[in-house]
Structure formats: structure tokens, C-alpha cells
Design a protein around this ligand. Sequence first.
Ligand code: PAF
Length: 306
Amino acid sequence: MPHADWHILGPGAIGSLFAWHLAEAGCSVRLLTRHPGESARLITLDDQTSPAHTSATRAFHVDHQDTPIQRLLVTVKAHQTAAALESIRHRIDAGSLILFLQNGMGTWDCAKALFPATRWLVGTTTEGSWRAADRHIIHAGRGETWIGSLNPAWSNDAVHLVDALKSTLLHPGHDPQILQRLWRKLAVNCAINPLTVLYDCRNGELLQKPAALRQMEAVCLEVERVMGAALGGVTVEPLLPLVRAVAEKTGANHSSMLQDYRRGQPTEIEFITGYLVAEGLRLGIATPENAAILDAIRQLAPAGSR
Ligand code: PAF
């Protein structure tokens, strides 16, 4: 891609994968981290998606300057978004372009408040990436990345960004219906992530548990209703087959929420089930199954004590 400058806010499993491939395609890539003393970071990427299973280490500059940011990829955990954006507020201006690539919905609301003049896009990815260690990323499976704009005035920005990213290995697509896609991803996250925490199991194991399956079905029905109303009264196709397919495909995985919970870290529940329940309330649609799940996760004892 022609010499674009990227900053990565949140170089975790997905942020590092994208940082790696942007750098590989010739972009200048800088990481934004919470460690003031850190000036460079070595990231090792094991590529299990290629037949050769290559592994390589690349050095990234960690940026603590005050200069304006051209393109910002936001991959921090949903609940860290507001504080992370606040910390670089002085570097974002009307010329910046922000891309949110996170689980959950509504994280972009703080961008509206913090930088009203700045353009931002949203994306969703199913690239299978996980952290074997702090700076060691495994790209375990190929997926799809879709990018779009929630503001029609910025759809050309989405088209241009996607064009520019076409030369990276992750070659995303432009989705003019990105909001629908984000809702379907939200359904998957609502129906899998919190249940894997409550049942303390891998994604695929949910499908073997009749009680969990009943909950997944009820969650999907509620998301269908809220999603249909949020999109202006459209009929939404059944979401359970999609959720089942993802649970099967990622059957051996521990969901990101279960991983966060086991590490004793805050989960993204407020931006997943919390968002769905809040949207239900706003639109006058009851979501008792999701509300009960939200409550159960909020009340969980810290990992290790149950
Ligand atoms: O958050 C996650 O873990 C993933 O989005 C998903 C799709 C549930 C697969 O593990």
C-alpha cells in the first residue's frame, strides 16, 4: 500500500496481526501502548495459515510523540476504548481516519464525543489470531475482514481504505451494509461468549449442553427482534444457524470472554449483551434471556474462586 502511516491502538492478537501485515505491505506502522518507557516492541508471528508454517519476528516502533495521527486502527478491548482514545486525543484532528475493529458495539460513541470533526469507520474480522505469549501471535486460521461506514458521508473513505488495504494479505472487503454485519457478529458474541463463561467451557461444548442450546436459541430470538427494530423494522433471518456454525467452526476455542474472565480481567459484556439489552430498552423490546445472562456475568465471583 502506498506509504500510509498507521498507528495501532491496542497491539493484542488482532492489532498485532494487522500491524504485521500492514508493515509487510510497506506501510509505516507505529504502536501505541500504555508503557511510557517502551520505544520498540518485537512481535513474533507464527503463520499457521500457510502450508510452510513460517515464524518470523519484526520490530515495531512504539510512538509516544505528540504529532498528528493519520490512520488509527483501534483494537483495544471494548471497555478500554474511551480511556485509550482520551490518551491520544491531542493527536487526532480533522485529517485523521479511525478504524474500529473490535468485539461488541457502541465503542465508537466516544469518538463522536471526543472528535466530532474526525471521520471513523467500523470493521469486523473473523481472522483467527491468538496470543501464545505477550508478544507472540499465532495466526491460526484465515477469516474475512469487512469494513464500512455508519455515516453515508464517509462511505467513500471506506471504499478508498479498503482499496488501499487490498495489497495486504488480509485483503478486506467493503460492506455497504456493515451495520447488519455488526449486528450478526453481535448475535454470535451474545450467544457464545457469556455462555462459555457461565458453563466454563469451549465454544463447541455449548452445542452438547441442552440447557445452553436452549439459551442460545432464546438469545438469538431476542437479538433478531432488537436488530430488526434497530434497523428500522426489517425482518431478520434466523440467527441460530449462524451461531451454531460459528460455535462448530471455533469449537476447540475458548471465547475471548472466557479468556478475559480466567485472567481476572474485565470482560466486554457491557458492549455485547449490555449493548443488546440497552437497545431493547430503548426500542421497547423485552430481552429477558439476555438480561438474565447480563446479570449473571455482572455478579460472577472473580475467576478461581468458584
Ligand atoms: O469473541 C470471541 O471469542 C469470538 O468472537 C468468537 C466468534 C465467539 C469465537 O471464539
